[in-house]
Design a protein around this ligand. Structure first.
Ligand code: GLU
Length: 472
């Protein structure tokens, strides 16, 4: 991991953007407009913690207004700074464009260590931050819609919604002011696992491409692939779960305090419970301890999934990486220097702003649900089941044969909310993979998949800006 004090995450995003923009037809003015952050809100606000007043630093950045609302998570971490929030907001613009989610990119963050505060204190902080966003119109179902990110989850999203609704009484679409909410507060089934599931669908799609696998000297498909996951948070945990269920082997799970290794495969749920009981993934029964997370990244494997924070693989450790595929589940885990090394080494990097777009895709479904005020499947589930029951009865009567109960239940089943969300996400990830790969194939000069993904994104945002014109 880089210890370089001059490191700029936004600078890295700009570098990747510039590298890709050469493969597009847009003039420099449009490119500059796409690249810059449109609005930056930087705030300090006081919160009473115990007997003391703490002044907290926070941000919300809206990178692009080519579509409305803006969309992106809110992060709680001591590493939060303006440069990081700007970079993450920019990635959200490109991410939404790639998966055809009609939002501009945004991101927010509060510079705190959430572990140092009680739930009551975190609620106060979250509510005050939301009030600050409301004051400047930096939140609302039609303007800017936050979601969970590193250090936040459903609980914080519920507090945001409640604060917003209290300050905007009677606003009929208020539930759409934030996504990633608990189901009871207008959340959608499948949102929690969405990013990890999207990571799985995306890598599976690439692994199902025989020509791509042949180049990497790997067999086609997911089964028996040796996978390392760095970060056992929500994204890493669910990515590991879906890979294990598809018969891949999770040979190593890495956390900030070290990693565990078992070549026969680890079960993420058992490891999670062990961590809950002991405070660490280390000393997991049957697994070997590895001293640092950084060492784990360099182990031999087929697929490496960094699912923690940005900037974990740079020009220093990239030469030691032995994976054949790197799936960026986190935002910005690789620096542009690492990218150059992997191009030379023939390692396939599946880029973040496409691969971890599952979260925002399902956020889009949640937002649509909130605006329509009805649960997915409510209107058609029973109707489908009634029609299917009738069809089965007709088939049995006409053939004089019985369909077995398992098959019958499968055919009859009308789609529930979670079925529709999963299928919408799968369709989205398959479509995006093919769009990026087609772009890359059409232009063999494009050096890597990240650049191809940027080209796809820049073209979509550019087309939007061109059609919009410049106001006034
Ligand atoms: N924080 C997630 C991301 O980086 C989700 C954003 C959203 O759902 O708006 O993609």
């Amino acid at each position: 991991m880089s210890t370089n004090k001059n490191y700029s995450f936004f600078g890295d995003v700009e570098k990747s953007f510039d590298k890709a923009s050469k493969f597009t037809k847009w003039d420099s003015g449009i490119l500059e407009q796409i690249k810059q952050c449109n609005a930056v809100y930087s705030i300090h606000f006081p919160v009473k913690i115990g007997e003391n007043i703490e002044v907290l630093k926070a941000f919300r950045v809206q990178h692009s207004h080519h579509k409305a609302p803006c969309k992106g998570g809110i992060r709680y971490s001591t590493a939060v700074n303006l440069d990081e929030v700007m970079a993450l907001a920019a990635l959200m613009t490109y991410k939404c464009a790639i998966v055809n989610v009609p939002f501009g990119g945004a991101k927010g963050g509060i510079c705190i260590d959430p572990k140092k505060y009680t739930a009551y204190e975190l609620e106060k902080i979250t509510r005050r931050y939301t009030a600050e966003l409301i004051k400047k119109n930096f939140i609302g179902p039609g303007t800017d819609v936050p979601a969970p990110d590193y250090g936040t989850g459903e609980r914080e999203m519920a507090w945001i919604l409640d604060t917003y609704s209290s300050m905007r009484p009677g606003e009929i679409d208020a539930a759409g002011c934030v996504t990633g909410k608990p189901i009871s507060q207008g959340g959608v089934r499948g949102r929690k696992e969405a990013t990890g599931l999207g990571v799985f669908y995306g890598i599976r799609e690439v692994c199902n491409m025989p020509d791509v696998m042949k180049k990497l000297e790997l067999s086609t498909g997911i089964e028996d692939k040796r996978v390392i996951v760095q970060g056992l948070g929500n994204v890493g945990y669910h990515a590991a779960k879906f890979f294990r269920e598809a018969k891949a082997k999770i040979i190593c799970l890495a956390e900030y305090d070290g990693a565990i290794y078992n070549e026969n495969g680890l079960n993420e749920e058992e490891v999670f419970q062990h961590k809950k009981n002991t405070g660490s993934v280390l000393n997991f029964p049957g697994a070997k301890n590895i001293a640092t997370s950084a060492e784990a990244l360099e182990l031999d494997c087929d697929i490496l999934i960094p699912a923690a924070l940005e900037n974990v693989i740079d020009g220093n450790n990239a030469p030691n990486i032995k994976a054949k595929i790197i799936g960026e589940a986190a935002n910005g885990p690789l620096t542009p220097e690492a990218d150059e090394i992997f191009i030379k080494k023939g390692i396939l990097v599946i880029p973040d702003m496409y691969l971890n777009a599952g979260g925002v895709t399902v956020s889009y479904f949640e937002w649509l649900k909130n605006l329509s005020h009805v649960r997915y499947g409510r209107m058609e589930k029973r109707f489908t089941e009634n029609v299917n029951t009738h069809i089965i009865a007709q088939i049995e009567e006409l053939t004089a044969k019985k369909i077995n109960t398992t098959e019958k239940n499968l055919i009859m089943h009308g789609a529930e909310e979670v079925d529709l969300v999963y299928s919408g996400l799968e369709e989205t990830m398959i479509g995006a993979t093919n769009e990026i790969m087609d772009c890359w194939k059409k232009n063999p000069e494009i050096p890597d998949m990240r650049t191809a993904a940027y080209v796809v994104a820049i073209n979509k945002v550019g087309t939007s800006y061109e059609a919009l014109g410049i106001f006034p």
